[in-house]
Design a protein. Structure first.
Ligand SMILES: C[S@@+](CC[C@H](N)C(=O)[O-])C[C@H]1O[C@@H](n2cnc3c(N)ncnc32)[C@H](O)[C@@H]1O
Length: 523
């Protein structure tokens, strides 16, 4: 075994990546190698938007969590006392899995939480997460917004976009819209553009040796050069979507200057109205060891090395859009040559059968059926699912007219040219004119439900969790007059989706069942 370790170390020391480190930090290769191989600790971020956040924090502390001091947003982030995927306690593994799957926490590497903290999201912001899958930073942004403003989470790769959708559903936020675009050609949106943009770019991952062990063997210097062209393309498009006064963060998990300082310099040169924000690194990440960017023009950037903090290598640049006398992003307003011309109206293609469309009057009856107060909510429909988002998504991305680059005007009333996969959350599943409330809608909406919501005692909740399906006639009076279909049960402070017909059946995810068992003291 000892032989294997030293062989491996010799192999790593000979790699092209080690040569890059030696070049960047002469004489420090051995220190870096010592920290570039151990497994990462398990780290988690707590979702502060859940009403049971204190309960979640207690559970994490009982399992030995210690706070990550530099992570300052609400909810907090924690290091668990075991290495990633190496926890020896089966109960703790199940707890962490259930907390993550139910959206109460996000398992996320600590360094990966930094870019969103640097974005300094403010309530009400319209935020674009340009390279979003699998979505840990999207959920972090949504948590910072706490229901106000909106996040457009973009991922061009179809498989990864599906992961993004699942992650957003896990988190339960109603202000996230998932789109699928190549970031280099991200479509125009309505004025004024985005207040904040995160470009967490695809990269070679040279800072992730503790997670991706094959980086050692595979990385070659030309990979960074190749990647930097894509990165410049994505970041350049993002800059055009940022409103004057807005903030944009560029980040990679690479240590290669080609993917970092070089990309920043290229974009600064291309767009003189963009500048790097003077970030006080010690104030932004108190207690974290960071270094500046490597060149004069990029010294306001942030470099994080794995050996100087117990994590991965990361790079962050914070830009501001400084254009004077303008209020909206360059890619939202008319070209100066077209200013006096009336834009040519353009009509959108009809929506496809599986496109998400605005709910019609029949769909809207779901709100009244469930006795819900609908202020600020928009209902969407696709196939068997009815989705709900906040109105701001409809108002800005669906209703608002928007220009094309050819001075044509989409009149609004559809998503085009955006390809939208999801808006808000799926809330109801509808089959054969019956519907049921699904778990993805519970976090954001259950508190608004006044019909078909029935109190149950602990004993009945336990029987349901044990797999029993009690007959309707054995239940209390409140159940007898209910229509057949979905109901929400309320036990203590918890909402439990269920189905009521001749009998009562639980419709809860495994993760939510685990959480309820913990809360009822059954585990
Ligand atoms: C570093 S990952 C993003 C990680 C994500 N921000 C998170 O924290 O969960 C980069 C993502 O960019 C996507 N990507 C690749 N090419 C892209 C392009 N042209 N435009 C936008 N995103 C792209 C990749 O598929 C990948 O999912």
């Amino acid at each position: 075994m000892a032989g294997m370790v030293s062989d491996w170390r010799a192999h790593a020391a000979e790699s092209e990546l080690a040569k890059l480190v030696e070049e960047l930090r002469p004489g420090e290769l051995n220190v870096w190698l010592d920290s570039a191989t151990p497994r990462l600790p398990e780290t988690v971020r707590v979702n502060p938007c859940r009403k049971d956040v204190e309960w979640t924090l207690d559970l994490l502390l009982q399992m030995g969590a210690t706070p990550i001091d530099w992570f300052t947003p609400k909810g907090g982030a924690f290091t668990m006392p075991w290495e990633k995927a190496r926890c020896g306690n089966d109960r703790f593994i199940e707890n962490i899995r259930a907390l993550h799957t139910s959206g109460r926490i996000t398992r996320q590497e600590a360094a990966s939480m930094m870019p969103v903290q640097a974005l300094e999201v403010q309530p009400g912001d319209r935020v674009l997460d340009m390279c979003a899958a699998p979505g840990s930073k999207t959920t972090q942004i949504a948590e910072a917004l706490d229901g106000s403003g909106l996040v457009v989470a973009n991922e061009p790769n179809p498989g990864r976009a599906n992961n993004l959708v699942s992650n957003v559903q896990r988190s339960g936020h109603l202000n996230v819209v998932v789109v699928r675009q190549d970031g280099r050609n991200f479509p125009r949106v309505a004025e004024p553009g985005f207040d904040r943009i995160l470009v967490d770019a695809p990269c070679t991952g040279t800072g992730t040796t503790r997670k991706n062990t094959d980086v050692w063997a595979t990385w070659k210097p030309h990979h960074g050069e190749h990647m930097s062209r894509l990165q410049v393309g994505i970041l350049s498009r993002a800059a055009l979507l940022l409103r004057p006064g807005g903030t944009m963060v560029y980040s990679t998990c690479s240590i290669d200057p080609m993917e970092n300082e070089h990309v920043v310099e290229q974009v600064l040169e291309r767009y003189p109205w963009l500048s790097l924000k003077k970030v006080n690194r010690a104030e932004l990440f108190p207690g974290l060891n960071t270094r500046p960017g490597r060149t004069d023009s990029t010294e306001d950037c942030i470099r994080v090395w794995n050996d100087e903090n117990d994590g991965s290598g990361f790079f962050i640049a914070v830009f501001t859009q400084d254009e004077e006398g303008q209020t909206s992003a360059r890619a939202t307003r008319a070209h100066p040559r077209d200013l006096d011309k009336v834009p040519t109206p353009i009509s959108a293609k009809p929506l496809g059968k599986m496109d998400l469309r605005l709910g019609d009057s029949i769909d809207l009856q779901l709100f009244s059926e469930w006795g819900m107060e609908t202020h600020g909510l928009t209902l969407w429909r696709r196939g068997q699912y009815a989705h709900v988002s906040i109105d701001a998504i409809r108002e800005w991305l669906w209703d608002s007219p928007r220009l094309t680059g050819k001075h044509q005007l989409y009149p609004g009333g559809h998503w085009q040219p955006l390809r939208v996969l999801q808006a808000g959350q799926p809330v109801w599943k509808i089959r054969k004119e019956r519907n049921r409330f699904i778990s993805t809608g519970v976090h954001g909406l259950a508190e608004r439900v006044t019909n078909h919501c029935l109190s149950v005692d602990r004993a009945l909740a336990i029987r349901l969790l044990d797999g029993e399906e009690p007959g309707r006639s054995t239940l209390t009076e409140a159940f007898q007059g209910q229509r057949d279909g979905g109901v929400l049960l309320r036990c203590e402070d918890e909402f439990i989706p269920a189905w009521l017909a001749g009998k009562l059946s639980l419709m809860m995810t495994d993760a939510e069942q685990h959480i309820l068992r913990l809360k009822l003291g059954l585990l």
